[in-house]
Design a protein around this ligand. Structure first.
Ligand code: GMT
Length: 373
C-alpha cells in the first residue's frame, strides 16, 4: 500500500511513534511517504520505499501567522496525485487531521477518494485540543476521519468525555521494537556514569511543565539521602533551568547529569536501575515503555494511560501526581532490595514485550483495511 504519514518531526512521542510506524510499514513492504516541516529525527535513512516530503511555508510579510495548514493540504493533494498515495495517516489531531480533511475534500473534487486515518496521541486531546479556540475544529476533524485511533483506553475515554465525538475510536497502543533493544542491552557501559555502589535513576522527557521534572529532582534528593545514587536527566525543554537550579539548592548537583537531547536514550536506559515519570498527564507514556524494554522498572504517576503500561507492584509503582514522598519511598524500598529489583527488571521487560512492534503494527494495517473498506 502507498501510505502518507503526516507527523511532527521533533523529539515528541507522537513523532517518534509515527516515524517508527512508517519504518516498520516499509519493512513490511509498504511504500511510505513522510510529510512534515522537517525530516523526523528518528528517520535516519531514506530507503527505496521510504520518502520524505517537506512542507514548505513561504514567508509573506502580510501574514502575521504563516498558513501551515494550507501548505500541508496543498502538498498532500499534489503528493496523492503524483505518487498515487492510497491512504493518509495523520498523527496528532492539530492541525494534521484538519489539513488532511481539506486535502481529502479537494481530491474528491478531482474524483479521488482518499481514506483518512487519524491517530490521537494525548496533548492534542487533553491539553491543546481541548482549548475552546480549537475544540470545534478538532471535533470536526475527528468526526470526519474515516478511522480514528487513540493510543490508550484512557485517551479514548477522555476524547469521548471532552468532545462531542460520535465516531468509533480504536485503541492501538504505542509499540517498541523489542529486538533492537535486545542488541543494545549487551554492552552496558555503566561504569562510565556511576561507581559500582551507586544506583542509577533516570528521567526522560521533553521537560515541559506537564512532565513535572521538578518532582523527579525532589524524588531523587530523597533517594540520594538514603543511598549513593546518580540521577540522569535526559531531554531538554522549558523546565530544564528550573530543574538545574533545584539541583543546586538541594546540594545534589554533583550527582546529577543533564544530557540534553540525545539519540543515546536506549544506551542510557540500558544501565539505569529505575525510571522516574512523574507526569501530570500521560496518554500512554512511551518513555515508560522504552525504559521497560531496557529492563528498567518505572515509578510513575497514576495518571492517564500510565496504568495500562506500568503495572503497580510488578513492573514498577504508581503514585498520585505530585506525591514525591510516595515515589521516593517506593524507589528506596525497591533499590535497596537487590533480589526484588532484579525481579522487577525481568517483569518490566516481559511486560514491555506485549507491546512489540510485530504485535501492534498489524493492528494499524487492520485499521487501513477498514478505512479502505
Ligand atoms: O508528551 C510528549 O512527550 C509528547 C507527546 C506528543 O504528542 O508528541 O506525547 C504524547 O504521545 C505519545 C505517543 O503516543 C504518548 O506516549 C505520550 O504519553 C503523550 N503525551 C502526553 O499525553 C502528555
Amino acid at each position: 500500500m502507498k501510505i502518507a504519514i503526516v507527523c511532527y518531526p521533533t523529539y515528541g512521542g507522537s513523532g517518534v511513534v509515527a516515524t517508527e510506524l512508517g519504518i516498520s510499514l516499509a519493512d513490511r513492504g509498504h511504500e511510505v511517504h513522510f510529510v512534515s516541516y522537517k525530516q523526523p529525527v528518528r528517520l535516519q535513512s531514506l530507503a527505496g520505499n521510504i520518502h520524505f516530503h517537506e512542507v514548505h511555508v513561504p514567508r509573506y510579510p502580510l501574514f502575521h501567522f504563516q498558513p501551515y495548514e494550507l501548505a500541508l493540504s496543498s502538498l498532500l493533494v499534489e503528493m496523492v496525485k503524483l505518487h498515487q498515495i492510497e491512504l493518509l495517516h495523520v498523527h496528532y489531531a492539530i492541525p494534521h487531521a484538519y489539513a488532511a480533511y481539506m486535502a481529502k475534500q479537494m481530491l474528491a473534487e478531482n474524483g479521488i477518494d482518499i481514506p483518512l486515518v487519524t491517530t490521537l496521541h494525548g496533548s492534542d486531546i487533553t491539553l491543546v485540543g481541548n482549548h475552546p479556540f480549537y475544540k470545534p475544529a478538532v471535533t470536526f476533524s475527528i468526526n470526519n476521519s474515516d478511522v480514528v485511533t487513540a493510543v490508550s483506553k484512557d485517551l479514548r475515554s477522555d476524547t469521548f468525555n471532552f468532545f462531542d465525538v460520535h465516531k468509533e475510536i480504536h485503541v492501538v497502543p504505542n509499540f517498541i521494537n523489542v529486538a533492537r533493544f535486545d542488541n543494545i542491552r549487551v554492552n552496558c557501559e555503566r561504569a562510565a556514569v556511576a561507581t559500582s555502589d551507586e544506583v542509577i535513576v533516570t528521567h526522560v522527557s521533553n521537560f515541559r511543565p506537564v512532565k513535572r521534572v521538578l518532582d523527579a529532582v525532589e524524588t531523587f534528593a530523597r533517594i540520594r539521602a538514603k543511598m549513593p545514587a546518580k540521577l540522569l536527566m535526559v531531554g531538554d525543554g522549558p523546565d530544564r533551568m528550573a530543574a538545574e537550579s533545584r539541583c543546586h539548592e538541594l546540594a545534589i548537583w554533583d550527582d546529577v547529569i543533564f544530557y540534553g537531547k540525545t539519540n543515546e536514550v536506549s544506551k542510557i536506559l540500558c544501565f539505569s536501575d529505575l525510571m522516574l515519570l512523574p507526569s501530570q498527564t500521560e496518554s500512554f507514556g512511551l518513555a515508560a515503555l522504552e525504559a521497560m524494554v531496557a529492563a528498567t522498572p518505572v515509578i510513575s504517576s497514576n495518571t492517564g494511560g500510565l496504568s495500562e503500561v506500568n503495572m503497580h507492584g510488578e513492573t514498577g509503582y504508581l503514585t498520585d501526581v505530585g506525591d514525591v514522598d510516595a515515589m521516593a519511598s517506593y524507589a528506596i524500598s525497591l533499590l535497596s532490595d537487590k533480589e526484588k529489583l532484579t525481579q522487577f527488571k525481568q517483569q518490566a521487560y516481559a511486560y514491555a514485550c506485549r507491546f512489540d512492534e510485530h504485535q501492534i503494527v498489524p493492528l494499524y494495517e487492520e485499521m487501513y483495511k477498514k478505512a479502505l473498506g
